[in-house]
Ligand binder design. Structure first.
Ligand code: P6P
Length: 340
């Protein structure tokens, strides 16, 4: 797996500016938006690293829109991103997993042509035990870019294929940023000694097939029979040695998908008898991840439909998801259809 010679020393800002310059119609506004977002991610990288020391671990007394107890770091991350992005004049509206509804741009600030939706801290159930967590973001252009008025829910509920850019930061043994603006997937590693995200892997491609499947097997009793048959098949040794697959499940979508992007295989959060639409949210979790997976040559579906073609009907809409190597996701879809 070739890593770049760091002598190129390409920062995320330089990479975004060069990508922007490659588009003749580019105004530089997206570059400035992303520069502001990178500041927020640098702050979160620092705060996640120091969480145990800063006494920001633990639960708040609040419950989010999904009825889930909110970790203090979740709220902090939500606030950091909002404050970094609310005044730049690039956005007309924001929304996040932690916001009940739209996050308005304050009246005193200019409204721009972009929309930002995000999961400020994905994997929060892992915060207190120092397991990898992340931030997921997705950027759309507003439906009518000529407007300078506050954005609306219509600007947010756009299909994933319309995303202008998407990415995630993963706060693990190092902090990495995986990003695409539709020209392939690039990986940047944060160097805290200089406070920069440096390009460390260009045009990441998911292997056509992997040997790892990732799912919460604790829900197996609630799965559809076809899904049970698929997982049983993955575990049955094959003559060519490709199967059995190994199970890897971290419980942080960013980490499980990141591993899948590099090693191949399939990440699944299916619907089941108690949660027919699964757990993960379409707008700010699954759609941005699907965008990245497809940009890396993989496949992303809800078991039957391409994720990026699905038009959201609600901000916090959940969707079953099967993301990863093209051959693995196609195989899962065949089983889910009842084709053997
Ligand atoms: P479960 C983390 O809470 C999260 O939202 C995703 O990051 C992760 O993939 C999923 O939930 C894990 O859910 O039900 O397996 O604990």
């Amino acid at each position: 797996m070739p890593f770049l010679n760091t002598s190129k020393l390409v920062t995320i800002e330089r990479h975004i500016a060069e990508e922007g310059a490659a588009h003749p119609t580019s105004t530089g506004e997206l570059s400035r938006l992303l520069r502001d977002l990178m500041l927020a991610l640098r702050i979160l990288a620092r705060d996640v690293r120091r969480a145990g020391l800063n006494d920001v671990l633990g639960m708040t007394d609040s419950v989010n829109t999904h009825g889930e107890r909110v970790k203090r770091l979740d709220l902090h991350a939500n606030e950091v991103i909002y404050r970094a992005m609310d005044h730049g004049g690039h956005l007309c509206v924001m929304a996040s997993e932690e916001s009940d509804g739209l996050m308005r741009i304050p009246d005193e600030y200019k409204k721009g042509k972009y929309v930002l939706v995000f999961d400020p801290l994905d994997g929060s159930s892992n915060i207190d035990v120092n397991i990898t967590i992340g931030t997921i973001f997705s950027i759309h252009k507003r439906v009518d870019p000529t407007l300078d008025t506050p954005g609306t829910l219509e600007d947010i509920l756009q299909p994933g294929w319309k995303q202008v850019a998407a990415g995630y930061a993963m706060y693990g043994s190092s902090t990495v940023l995986v990003y695409s603006s539709g020209n392939g997937v690039d990986v940047f590693t944060f160097d805290p000694t200089i406070g920069e995200f440096l390009l460390t892997f260009e045009k990441l491609r998911i292997p056509k097939r992997g040997r790892i499947y990732s799912i919460n097997s604790g829900n197996a009793h609630k799965w559809d029979q076809n899904l049970r048959d698929y997982v049983s098949w993955l575990l049955r040794p094959s003559d060519d040695g490709v199967r059995p697959y190994s199970l890897r499940y971290i419980g942080t979508m960013v980490a499980d998908v990141h591993r899948t992007m590099y090693y191949g295989g399939i990440f699944m959060y299916p619907g089941d008898s108690s949660s027919p639409q699964g757990k993960l949210r379409l707008v700010y979790e699954v759609a941005p991840m699907a965008f990245l997976v497809e940009q890396a040559g993989g496949r992303a579906s809800d078991g039957t439909r391409r994720i990026l073609d699905i038009v959201p009907t609600a901000l916090h809409q959940r969707i079953p998801c099967y993301l990863g190597s093209e051959e693995d996701v196609l195989e899962a879809e065949r089983f889910l259809r009842g084709d053997r």
